[in-house]
Design a protein around this ligand. Structure first.
Ligand SMILES: NC(=O)c1ccc[n+]([C@@H]2O[C@H](COP(=O)([O-])OP(=O)(O)OC[C@H]3O[C@@H](n4cnc5c(N)ncnc54)[C@H](O)[C@@H]3O)[C@@H](O)[C@H]2O)c1
Length: 394
């Protein structure tokens, strides 16, 4: 037993420690937002990236709405003598407890999803427990990938393509918002290619290959990988940049995979959200805090979008596809009036106006909540047990 007083210390949007109680409370809060539906059969789902952001929301939504069984994979760090576990570790423990409480047979694997050994282990478990899978949700956001077949490590870059760009961005100094202007470098061809290796569709394809080889695809199998389009304000750093090239590859991969018998593969275009991955991208924090100011409660949370995703995947609601066959969960974000209002506020954002034009307090708290801080009802002056076990079950 190791009880510790845990405070949000770190640099920028990165904190060194996470709060176990806050992380658990956040997961509990997510489960309360969902109305349950019954299907004739309990679906079996494999979620890659289940501990955080959109993958966590998809896991919890699937559990709460449709009673999914299955496996969640993520890559988190255990507590050490000096540091707490990562937030995703604690969120996974809470998600497992929730799954148990609603009677779902859901397993969590902590391992590198890019490794062939992980795929083999996960598919062994899938075969043994469920005999196959109905849904594969691929929601990985990673800075690097080691290709196990060559041993090559690829690093993803968040850079522009073609010409350098500049963007306004939002930082905090002692909790006070600071508007900055940052340069965006041009990615080399190699950097673009490496980013595609990390965030493009190759690893997703390998999961589908492995499932197919082991004959684990159930009738009506479908798979979804998450993608992002975003606004012209974030275009140079995102969609037209190196990460956008990776997303284009992911979207192309969906079309290639769908040509296979017994595979329905799509990408799902989700809206901007505050996650560990997105807060690392210059300009996105400013954009999201302006978006929240413009939309308020109309901003669709990852949970609302994940419920919509499950409703569409299970056929309970019709698929909302665009002309490229992508599931669109981001229409609220890209509506013309919303984008026009965000653009006006983006132009108006200066050090003097930032607190008025953007929801800077909300954004700051959301970033802290990613680590379990600023969660309502948690007493941060009380020591908390940091040695939480990874949930393993028979
Ligand atoms: N955040 C947004 O604004 C946004 C918008 C649209 C789409 N998306 C997409 O959603 C997906 C998930 O992003 P997010 O923002 O939820 O990220 P996130 O950082 O919140 O979560 C990433 C997840 O990937 C897991 N992961 C990372 N490396 C791994 C590895 N090697 N093996 C196994 N698991 C690993 C982490 O453990 C975590 O569960 C990405 O494809 C992202 O592009 C995000």
């Amino acid at each position: 037993m190791t009880d510790r007083l845990i405070k949000p210390v770190g640099r920028g949007f990165l904190f060194l420690d996470s709060h176990p109680v806050g992380c658990a409370e956040l997961v509990n809060g997510l489960t309360e937002q969902i109305e349950a539906r019954k299907l004739q059969q309990r679906p079996v789902a494999l979620v890659i990236g289940s501990s955080s952001g959109y993958g966590l929301a998809a896991t919890v939504a699937g559990l709460a709405r449709y009673g999914i069984d299955g496996i969640g994979v993520s890559f988190e760090k255990a507590p050490t003598v000096r540091r707490t576990a990562t937030a995703g570790w604690y969120r996974t423990a809470a998600t497992a407890a929730y799954a148990e409480s609603v009677g779902s047979d859901f397993h969590f694997v902590n391992a590198d999803a890019f490794a062939d050994t992980t795929k083999a282990d996960v598919l062994d478990l899938l075969q043994e427990k469920f005999g196959g899978v109905d849904y594969l949700i691929y929601s990985v956001a990673a800075p690097r990938r080691v290709d196990p077949r060559t041993g090559t490590t690829y690093q993803s870059a968040i850079k522009a393509i073609g010409q350098p760009a500049r963007t306004k961005s939002l930082a905090y100094e002692d909790g006070v918002p600071v508007v900055q202007e940052v340069g965006i470098e041009v990615a080399t061809d190699d950097e673009v290619a490496e980013t595609v290796q990390v965030m493009g569709g190759e690893d997703w394809t390998r999961w589908v290959d492995a499932l197919e080889e082991r004959k684990l695809l159930k009738d009506g199998f479908s798979t979804v990988a998450l993608t992002y389009i975003g606004s012209e304000l974030t275009g140079p750093i995102y969609r037209q940049g190196s990460i956008g090239a990776a997303k284009a590859h992911l979207e192309q991969t969906a079309q290639t995979l769908s040509k296979r018998d017994g595979v329905a593969a799509r990408t799902s275009v989700n809206g901007a959200a505050v996650t560990q991955a997105s807060s690392a991208i210059p300009g996105i924090g400013l954009y999201v805090s302006l978006l929240h100011k413009v939309l308020g409660e109309r901003m669709q949370t990852p949970m609302q979008q994940s419920i919509a995703l499950w409703d569409q995947l299970t056929g309970e609601k019709p698929l909302d596809l665009d002309e490229d066959g992508r599931i669109r969960l981001d229409r609220w974000e890209l509506a013309d009036d919303v984008q026009a209002a965000v653009r006006d506020q983006w132009d108006a954002a200066t050090q003097e106006t930032i607190a008025d034009v953007a929801d800077t307090v909300w954004f700051f708290e959301e970033v802290r909540r990613l680590y379990g801080f600023d969660v309502a009802g948690v007493d941060y002056d009380q020591p908390a047990e940091v040695d939480v076990e990874w949930p393993t079950k028979a």
